[in-house]
Design a protein around this ligand. Sequence first.
Ligand code: FAD
Length: 435
Amino acid sequence: MKVDPDRLASRLEAELGRAAVRRQPELLAARAVDGLYPCLICSPANAEEVSAALQVCSETDAAVTPWGGGTAVQIGNLPERVEIIIDVSKLNHLVEHDDANLTAIVQSGITLAASQEITAGARQFVPFDVPNPQRSTIGGIVAGNLNGARRVCYGSVRDLVIGMKVALPTGEHIKAGGKVVKNVAGYDMCKLFVGSLGTLGIITEVTLRLTPLPQAEATLAASGDLLQLSEFAGEILDSVLLPSATVLWKSETSSSSEAPQSGWQMAVRAEGFAEQVSRHLRDLQLMAERLSLRTAVCSTAAHEKLWAGICDFPLLGHEVVFRVTVPRSAIADLLRCVQDWDSTDFSPAIVADMAAGAIWIGSNEIRSAAARFAQLRSKAARHKGHVVLLDAPADLKRDLDIWGLAPEAFFLMRRIKQQFDPQRLMNPGRFVGRL
Ligand SMILES: Cc1cc2nc3c(=O)[nH]c(=O)nc-3n(C[C@H](O)[C@H](O)[C@H](O)COP(=O)(O)OP(=O)(O)OC[C@H]3O[C@@H](n4cnc5c(N)ncnc54)[C@H](O)[C@@H]3O)c2cc1C
């Protein structure tokens, strides 16, 4: 550890007060990242205190791990240093909800569930589909930029964030974007921070584009073999229907009592006006019958449970989780390849977003994981796709770059990192190319 913990603690206590700094061993153990323990946890009460804390870190050369709900801190290469956790959970307020313009400004530490509860009063929501919304924070979701199954219907995290405030490692506070949807003259700096995984600064406030809550929603669940279900997905996506999500999965990743159980299953979600949902269910059922698939309609609690199960897939506790992204037309090829592993030593659980081309693969087999990662990378590369090892034990990560090959524009990323964080204090080593 480079820093002197006592000196760092006394500097932070002088700036933020004693209550903002905690050093109890059990709390530090609960905030370890890939086996590295921090020396203290700092909990600023507002954005100004986040800036003040970062300035102290910069002056004392302390490496910072921003912390929201802690549901996704394992994502990234092995950190070079973990010294201070800056926990933003006290920044958990709604700043403004402009229901007439379908926007909300929230502090970054508010959980998704709390934010949804506030805007539900005006029958509006932010269409993020994340695991564990009771813990996942808006700041963490924006920093992680991981999208859920309704992305094709409502847009990605990047589309739904229209403004933000960020505290930089220097302690400066910057504002990007604004309150209206068309508000950017010049470079759109918001896009830079979405997905930056806490490596450029700490997001303190986010302006979100909201969506009206649908009047009705329901799911058609179908089961069959991989070939039949891939064909079903292809027909749906080529049709005039606009389901909000089309997801294929295998094994115990979801358990709806109404959904028929078999190896492979598919869930097609419809939402909007009641007539629109009925029309989708009717047409989907006819298509499924033509392909001899077994089907069931899930509504209300069964529908909710099914989709919560699909969202929670990354946090089900698999030792390794891969995410493969390929063009839609290549999904079936990728799935066939992964299905072939099933008979050997890997036996993966799989969730595939058939509309966006994103496939999550979870397994408890660690020994062959590095070899599987290499196989997936070359298979995906043939389709101009990409693979990330989203979760793995620290020992496995030691010799791998979990992000796969660095992109061609990596030299620009390095320069951006150098510009924003020249001391390399923000989540050092975690990002693409160990930035
Ligand atoms: C293996 C895995 C796969 C996942 N896949 C998906 C998915 O497909 N779709 C989906 O929607 N969700 C997915 N998630 C969950 C999603 O990433 C979290 O919901 C989201 O990151 C918010 O979690 P959090 O608040 O707990 O963030 P944390 O776990 O606290 O932080 C996540 C990362 O963001 C940084 N960070 C946190 N807050 C801030 C901030 N205010 N400013 C700057 N940086 C910050 C942290 O340093 C850390 O690197 C996945 C999670 C895991 C572990």
